[in-house]
Design a protein around this ligand. Structure first.
Ligand code: FES
Length: 181
């Protein structure tokens, strides 16, 4: 019936291009659609929040892991393994990670993550005679300097762990983009 009225209005006096009024059917569909969407959001948003919440929680700043005695660190990179407790959503596990730790020419200690920045294989120090004193990735040939600077294939330098020395031991903390290169 409203369509019929609208048709009549268009015939009597409505100029083309003037603003059309909303029909009762449109009004009802907008109102009910809006109310339905609002109620749906009220149900869905808490569900998403429940699923995602642990992921959004900030990792504790005190996540330092004791790795090795400082006296063992030399100018030549060495791989050291350490355990971290990981929380992935609602799942908790202990993972074994590796850091390549060495000192630079100024005696400053630093630790690199061996995950290749190309596609995520694992790099090793001095693993290829063609790239002496470099990190090398066996998957597609990426290689890096001792500081982790990417020389070929990989688009970025190796990531670096935050480190500190306390009571003669090296600790590693959060992983971050390489600040040395
Ligand atoms: S993953 Fe290391 S070179 Fe491709």
């Amino acid at each position: 019936m409203s369509d019929h009225n609208n048709h009549k209005e268009e015939q009597h006096g409505k100029k083309p291009g003037t603003k059309r009024e909303m029909s009762r059917r449109q009004f009802l569909s907008y109102t009910l659609g809006g109310a339905g969407g609002f109620m749906g959001a009220g149900i869905i948003i808490p569900m998403i929040r429940f699923a995602v919440d642990p992921v959004l929680q900030k990792q504790s700043a005190s996540d330092w892991v004791k790795v090795v005695e400082e006296s063992k660190i030399t100018n030549v990179p060495q791989a050291f393994t350490f355990q971290v407790h990981q929380v992935d959503g609602w799942y908790e596990s202990d993972a074994e990670l590796v850091a390549w730790i060495s000192k630079d020419s100024g005696g400053k200690l630093f630790a690199l993550n061996p995950t290749c920045k190309h596609l995520g294989c694992t790099v090793n120090w001095n693993d290829n005679p063609a790239y002496k004193d470099q990190y090398f990735c066996p998957c597609h040939g990426a290689h890096y300097t001792q500081d982790g600077k990417n020389l070929a294939v990989a688009p970025k330098p190796l990531d670096e762990y935050t480190t500190k020395v306390e009571n003669g031991f090296v600790y590693v903390g959060q992983l971050h983009a390489n600040t040395r290169v």
